[in-house]
Design a protein around this ligand. Structure first.
Ligand SMILES: [Zn+2]
Length: 335
């Protein structure tokens, strides 16, 4: 058994991109770019998830797994690790790449050239440089946090096992550092043969994992800033919860005890709560009465105040300055 100490969840970035696309008009000039960013993020996520399939073929009761770590180095910059395997004799950083078609590693220019199945070519920075940098940063991080010395190895893992890959030069270096997902157990066997000295007890591994998890800072980007968007760029209002509604993003009308869809006549008492899920992902956890009214399209200060009070969430300040605290979705909610 491999022990997974920290699981991967759908990232906040993906949830935020989805919220943004729900709210962005179909003809908005940034829509195509944002759709592409979402599909890239989803492909990356699926690739990382795929790594788990092969963990069961690793040496039994030897490895502990921390998925999706984001740590701060001494310069204040963050570095991200798709998957970290910890063992008594060495640590292994896995960087997942999820690409179909073929990949060429150009070791002169340090680029990875990807040819997809439709013959489209695209160049990326060399993931071998990326993992090298992750290794240095992790080693420094462990030293800084007074963890005992453990050698750190790296592998770029192609999570789609049909992907062909090759190198322009330095073939051996590339073959040694890149592997397909199916071959990962063989690679770890090779590392186990090199690193034979037991440097950590299982208890010590768990202690180090605890520190790593405590210092893990999930990526929480502000997409409105990133894409230079304002609230007025978005479709505001409360959307119809009926998934078969002919016009889901046509704002519902506030009626006495709830919301009514103009199209399918669905009634909902709390559809504004779903709208607030989008709000918190796009504008952060603070909301005021006037921002709430603007976002869900209601005019009455009193109605807004009543709805906000019903949420039973923390609030500070009085009257016009009253700020309510929404919460971002928790990892457990989004599995
Ligand atoms: Zn409807």
């Amino acid at each position: 058994m491999v022990t997974i100490l920290k699981k991967r969840y759908i990232s906040l970035k993906i949830l935020k991109l989805e919220a943004l696309l729900r709210r962005l008009p179909l003809m908005h000039k940034r829509r195509v770019e944002i759709e592409e960013d979402l599909s890239k993020s989803l492909a990356g996520y699926r690739g990382e998830l795929a790594l788990n399939y092969d963990f069961k073929f690793l040496k039994q009761d030897f490895y502990y797994v921390l998925e999706d770590l984001r740590l701060q180095n001494q310069n204040g910059d963050f570095f991200q690790i798709d998957c970290l395997l910890l063992s008594p004799t060495y640590f292994l950083i896995l960087e997942a790449k999820n690409m179909s078609g073929s990949i060429m590693f150009n070791q002169h220019t340090r680029h990875m050239i990807h040819n997809n199945k439709n013959g489209l070519e695209r160049s990326y920075s060399d993931p071998l440089l990326q993992v090298q940098r992750q290794r240095i940063q992790l080693e420094n991080w462990l030293k800084h946090h007074k963890c005992p010395f453990v050698p750190v190895e790296t592998q770029v893992v192609l999570s789609n096992s049909d992907t062909r890959y090759d190198a322009t030069t330095n073939h051996n270096f590339v073959y040694k550092n890149v592997t397909s997902r199916l071959n990962l157990p063989n690679r770890t066997t090779e590392f186990e043969a090199v690193h034979t000295e037991e440097l950590l007890s299982h208890k010590a591994i768990k202690q180090i994992s605890k520190i790593l998890m405590k210092r893990n800072t999930p990526y929480n980007p502000n997409l409105m800033e990133w894409y230079s968007l304002k609230m007025d760029d978005l479709i505001l209002g409360v959307f119809c919860p009926n998934t078969n509604c002919p016009s889901v993003s046509d704002p519902m009308v506030k009626v006495n005890s709830g919301w009514r869809c103009r199209n399918c006549l669905t009634f909902s008492r709390d559809a504004h709560i779903i709208a607030l899920h989008d709000y918190v992902l796009l504008f952060g956890e603070d909301i005021t009465n006037s921002l709430f009214r603007k976002f869900v399209l209601i005019e009455s200060v009193f109605t807004a105040s009543r709805l906000l009070k019903q949420l039973v969430i923390p609030a500070t300040g009085a009257k016009k300055n009253r700020k309510y605290k929404l919460s971002l979705p928790k990892a457990a909610d989004i599995l």
